[in-house]
Design a protein around this ligand. Structure first.
Ligand code: FEO
Length: 172
């Protein structure tokens, strides 16, 4: 049985993951508006990944006999000054999500909630990967600066990303 404090924290995290999905959907629209369809495709995959994260928490709360309560999702930004500006915002957001996951782990440890702690370890690893992959894109965009051919090459590379669920992860 999930304790009330952990149930509330996990409900907050469902909202944070849904907001992440909404933010990246807004970024997908931005990239479509400037005809960078590879970046837009990358964002579409990210939208699905964040929804999957939210659903993992949703399923886990139910598996532990808890109650999911959905709240309003905040309005995301709708435009960015450049692809680099957008991806710097993604990196900042993912660093924020990492801090939220770390806070959840701290709570699980302080409450001696071993099942939640084990569940959360997948997200700890996932955040390392998310920050690394987004950080790499930021670095490439900084190198490219205002070089259009570099941007088009990166756009083509970004377009190869597809969404896939990692087998054997909790909540599946
Ligand atoms: Fe659900 Fe991008 O962290």
């Amino acid at each position: 049985m999930l304790k009330k404090t952990m149930q509330q924290a996990m409900n907050d995290q469902i909202n944070a993951e849904m907001y992440s999905s909404y933010l990246y959907l807004s970024m997908e629209a931005y990239f479509q508006s400037i005809s960078l369809n590879g970046f837009a495709a990358w964002m579409r995959a990210q939208v699905q990944e964040e929804l999957m994260h939210a659903m993992k928490f949703y399923d886990f709360v139910h598996e532990r006999g808890g109650q999911v309560t959905l709240e309003s999702i905040a309005k995301p930004d709708t435009t960015w000054s450049s692809p680099l500006n957008a991806f710097e915002a993604v990196l900042k957001h993912e660093q924020h999500v990492t801090s939220l996951i770390n806070d959840l782990v701290d709570l699980a440890i302080s409450e001696k909630d071993h099942a939640s702690n084990i569940f959360l370890q997948w997200f700890v690893t996932e955040q390392v990967e998310e920050e690394a992959s987004v950080g790499e894109v930021v670095e490439k965009l900084r190198l490219i600066q205002d070089n259009p051919s570099g941007l088009f090459m990166l756009d083509a590379e970004m377009g190869k990303r597809t969404f896939s669920v990692t087998p054997g992860t909790p909540g599946e």
